[in-house]
Ligand binder design. Structure first.
Ligand SMILES: Nc1ncnc2c1ncn2[C@@H]1O[C@H](COP(=O)(O)OP(=O)(O)OP(=O)(O)O)[C@@H](O)[C@H]1O
Ligand SMILES: [Mg+2]
Length: 501
């Protein structure tokens, strides 16, 4: 209404508020976690030690409500009003911390909710409150940030100073359990440095742990990354005149111990779909993507190595930071410095992963169980075999009685139908265990949780059980028997899948 009156008098406000508020709600945060990260940024800049995020239904309306509660320094009324203004900041264009645009609080809050209330106090007895309501702004009935008023903190107990940001009428905040896990995981990764440094961030009372995509921090139980080479340092001249250092480091994930995980376990452990560079600004991750790789395309093997590029805010222009702090758009000038170093290392790491996979997939990859079975095989009747070896030479059943069979155990993703299969070629019996079968997942997952990383030892009794079966099956003489055995093995695996899956 206001804007049409203004236009009729030939006055065009720079911002047409009613349209602006709807447009700014579509700022495009990647996920609820990325929007919440702006509020966590503010709490951390206010020197909060403890940040508690609660996600629940508003008891009165039944609609989602999110609160971010911190024990930081709080705000006086003048700052509180500034805090909710688009472009309002006490650190506009500063390059010392995470915030610099004066957009984070109102923009992220209204991207998820129609209303945001902020309560802040610098002493327990004096709490100030104000709010923004997208609907009253869109209707033209609110054109200014309401003057802060005294109000009780909406919490039973609170710290000597602090701030509570309440997002209500959350029409865009996805609260499904899947997203809740996603929030914890994303915030854990975005704020890993401060979490490792001792800051406490929790969601509905559950503390968020640091998530290091390079897996070099000690807290990762299943995956342990190994730094590859020294950290590279590039002194770069910032547009503001100073110079600043960009640090690039790489890590490799352990293919030899973890290739045995099933697809679900790899995904759960954060291995699959993890290829890329974590871009860290002022100690906080602002993007994760395929950057500085030149012409190298992303492949599945690239899940098994990681890279982190770290810079300080004085280099924002070169990294092409966006105000939602979740994406970079590196300039050509910056790429010209980093790509000639990062791309060749990326290619080397890809090759190393490829080679590691070739080694573990090679028949020479003996497990403890297969070595043991091999050492005892000469106590058994040699199997009758008429098969020819892969290179076409005749099989040698006669010798098998003296030296016994050679055993190989492989693990491979084979879909869900079989637990394992067996193949006797010449004197070599190869058993391939299916890492996708539910039984394998159920057996391995608890072992991994107990930090039994040397899975080949832990798996030995099961492998021997299966190898004995394979030995029996491959000893069958007639094709019809073999067909029945194969059918039986499939039926058995299917029943087992149904029981434990
Ligand atoms: N939890 C908080 N505790 C204390 N002050 C806060 C808090 N949240 C916001 N503020 C104040 O509100 C201002 C605006 O916050 P906002 O996130 O919108 O912008 P910013 O942090 O300055 O910059 P950016 O847009 O880059 O995040 C901040 O500059 C800060 O002074
Ligand atoms: Mg901010």
């Amino acid at each position: 209404m206001t804007s049409s009156v203004s236009r009729s008098r030939g006055v065009f406000p720079v911002v047409a508020l009613s349209a602006f508020i709807d447009a700014i709600r579509d700022s495009g945060y990647r996920s609820p976690a990325h929007a919440l990260a702006e509020l966590v940024d503010n709490s951390l800049e206010a020197k909060a030690h403890s940040i508690n995020i609660t996600i629940q239904d508003d008891p009165q309306t039944g609609v989602g409500q999110v609160r971010v509660i911190d024990d930081g320094c709080g705000m006086p009324p003048s700052t509180l009003q500034l805090a909710l203004q688009f472009g309002g900041s006490t650190r506009f264009n500063e390059r010392t911390g995470t915030g610099r645009y004066g957009m984070g609080l109102p923009c992220s809050a209204l991207s998820q909710a129609r209303r945001v209330d902020v309560y802040s106090w610098q002493s327990p007895s004096q709490t100030w409150w104000t709010y923004l309501d997208a609907r009253t702004i869109a209707s033209g009935s609110c054109v200014q940030i309401p003057a802060p008023k005294r109000a009780p903190v909406p919490l039973p107990a609170h710290s000597p100073s602090g701030t509570v940001v309440v997002l209500s009428d959350c029409d865009r905040f996805d609260r499904s359990p899947l997203v809740a896990g996603d929030i914890t995981n994303n915030l854990g990764r975005i704020f890993r440095r401060v979490l490792i440094g001792g800051a406490s961030v929790s969601v509905n009372g559950e503390p968020i742990g640091p998530v290091d995509p390079l897996f070099t921090a000690a807290h990762h139980k299943i995956v342990q990354g190994t730094p590859y080479g020294p950290t590279l340092e590039f002194r770069i001249r910032a547009p503001l005149g100073t110079t600043s250092t960009v640090r690039v480091r790489f890590a490799e994930l352990p293919v030899r111990t973890l290739h045995v995980l099933s697809n679900a376990e790899k995904a759960g452990a954060g291995i699959t779909k993890g290829a890329g560079v974590s871009v860290v600004r002022a100690g906080r991750e602002i993007d994760y993507g395929w950057y500085f790789m030149g012409s190298k395309r992303k492949e599945n093997y690239d899940d098994w190595w990681r890279c982190e590029v770290e810079f300080e805010p004085v280099l924002d222009e070169l990294f092409g930071l966006t105000h939602t702090k979740q994406r970079v758009n590196p300039t050509r000038e910056l790429a010209a410095v980093l790509v000639p170093h990062v791309e060749p290392i990326a290619r080397v790491l890809n090759r190393r992963v490829r080679e590691a996979f070739q080694q573990v997939r090679s028949p020479q990859h003996d497990s403890n169980a297969s070595r043991r079975a091999q050492s005892r095989d000469n106590q058994l009747e040699p199997p009758h075999t008429t098969r020819r070896s892969r290179n076409g030479s005749a099989a040698e059943p006669d010798n098998a009685g003296i030296t016994g069979l050679q055993y190989r155990t492989l693990r491979s993703s084979m879909g869900e139908s079989e637990l394992f299969n067996a193949e006797l070629v010449g004197r070599v019996l190869t058993m391939t265990v299916n890492t996708d079968h539910a039984f394998y997942e159920q057996l391995l997952a608890p072992l991994m949780r107990q930090r039994v990383v040397r899975t080949s030892e832990a798996m030995a009794p099961l492998e021997l059980l299966l190898l004995a079966y394979c030995r029996a099956e491959t000893s069958l003489r007639h094709k019809a028997d073999k067909r029945i055995a194969h059918h039986l093995r499939k039926q058995w695996a299917e029943a087992l899948n149904a029981y434990v899956g």
